[in-house]
Design a binder for this molecule. Structure first.
Ligand code: PLP
Length: 397
């Protein structure tokens, strides 16, 4: 008899996006002439930039030659990419990292789940509410105790320290779904908290490229001492349109230590390296060359253009909503606009009203956790034309 991991039975079915899809499909069938604007998506829509495509083509040709063929690459990622990451994403911000601290992967989603392999199931985990569901579900799968840190208007979307002791803390800033950020002082407090409580912060900076304001950290390592308490997750998905190409990386500093039951200190980096070598065979050479190309002068320029495009959408949506009295959060340093649902409606009631009266699709905040009730997420990943049209429609009602 095969015994299953019964923790999987504790997972709640995630109906959020399938329910949205069903409602939209039904509405479209009944109202064939109405043009629906989809501002619920968390995926990028702009094509991959030319510099990246050139790098893919070049690397593809290269591996078709006798001298350029590549078989298995290093599990942790090719040196050329890890060096480019260190130079461009960190050294430019006065953060010094070593090559062995960077692990290239096929996505931050997998990294967020996989990292849990190296931590005891006895650890207590703190996650924000609302939250990117991956942190929650991956921990339920291993049966860890979970503590929620509300992100609400009351605390200005700044998570407060938990009342009971936690060991693993997930922080995602710029935040998905709220689009809000932590400034340097606020993040410093969390680093200090982690140090005092011998906890580890799993810092998801997948949306770092959307930061526009000064004093908002792009990396947790901008905070002194963070290397002793934090792992950082980065992704090319939203930064460079790699949601389909798949490339990301995590930083596991050499200073970071975990403990055995007996209290012996163990290097987290060594554990993660062991785990990576055992369970992963690296990201394809072609894709790593593609990621490297994002750091060329031309690559940086082309990527910035796409980010600016989305930022413009965010501004149009946020300012348009505020002009007519909506209360919004996020949108300044993030592609997500978190709007407060008016008239005490629930998130789903507002979803239905938006669909019926404006033909706009967003995401009900309650789908990201209890504290998301009463909010609604719109994203800047559509077109400029759709963003303008969406605001026009909302203004009319
Ligand atoms: N982290 C956050 C907060 C996200 O919102 C997403 C995707 O939506 C990811 C990670 C996933 O990134 P990747 O495409 O690299 O798996």
């Amino acid at each position: 008899m095969i015994l299953i991991n019964e923790n999987f039975l504790k997972l709640q079915d995630n109906y959020l996006f399938s329910t949205i899809a069903k409602k939209v499909e039904k509405y479209s069938q009944e109202n064939k002439n109405n043009k629906i604007i989809k501002l619920g998506i968390g995926d990028v829509t702009r094509p991959v930039v030319p510099v990246v495509i050139e790098a893919i083509n070049k690397a593809t040709k290269e591996i078709g030659t006798k001298t350029g063929f590549k078989g298995y690459g290093p599990e942790q990622g090719y040196s050329f990419l890890r060096k480019a990451i260190i130079e461009n994403d960190y050294k430019s911000r006065n953060i010094i990292l070593k090559e062995n601290e960077i692990f290239v992967s096929d996505g931050a989603k997998c990294d967020c789940g996989n990292i849990l392999d190296i931590f005891s199931e006895k650890n207590t985990v703190a996650i924000t509410n609302p939250v990117y569901p991956v942190y929650l579900d991956t921990n339920i799968m291993c049966g860890r105790k979970i503590i929620y840190l509300p992100l609400t208007e009351k605390n200005n979307f700044i998570p407060e320290f938990p009342k009971e002791k936690v060991d693993i803390i997930y922080l995602c800033f710029p935040n998905n779904p709220t689009g809000t950020v932590l400034n340097k002082k606020e993040l410093e407090k969390w680093v200090q908290y982690a140090k005092e409580n011998k906890a580890i912060i799993l810092y998801d900076a997948a949306y770092e490229a959307f930061i526009t304001e000064e004093n908002i950290p792009h990396s947790i390592y901008e905070i002194e001492g963070a290397k002793e308490v934090a792992i950082e997750f980065k992704s090319y998905s939203k930064t460079a349109g790699f949601t389909g190409l798949r490339c990301a990386y995590i930083v596991v500093p050499n200073e970071l230590m975990g403990y055995t039951k007996k209290g012996e200190k163990i290097s987290i980096n060594k554990l993660w390296n062991r785990r990576t070598c055992t369970k992963f065979n690296g990201v394809s050479y072609i894709i790593q060359r593609a990621a490297e190309a994002t750091y060329s002068e031309e690559g940086k320029k082309q990527i910035k253009e796409n980010i600016k495009y989305y930022q413009k959408n965010a501004k149009i949506i946020k300012e348009g909503l505020e002009e007519i009295g909506f209360v919004t959060y996020g949108g300044k340093n993030s592609p997500y606009i978190w709007l407060k649902v008016p008239n005490k409606m629930t998130s789903w009631e507002f979803f239905d009203e938006m669909l019926e009266k404006t033909n706009i699709v967003g995401t009900p905040g309650s789908g990201f956790g209890k504290c998301g009730e009463g909010y609604f997420r719109l994203t800047a990943f559509g077109t400029i034309e759709d963003s303008i049209e969406a605001i026009k429609r909302i203004k009319k009602i």
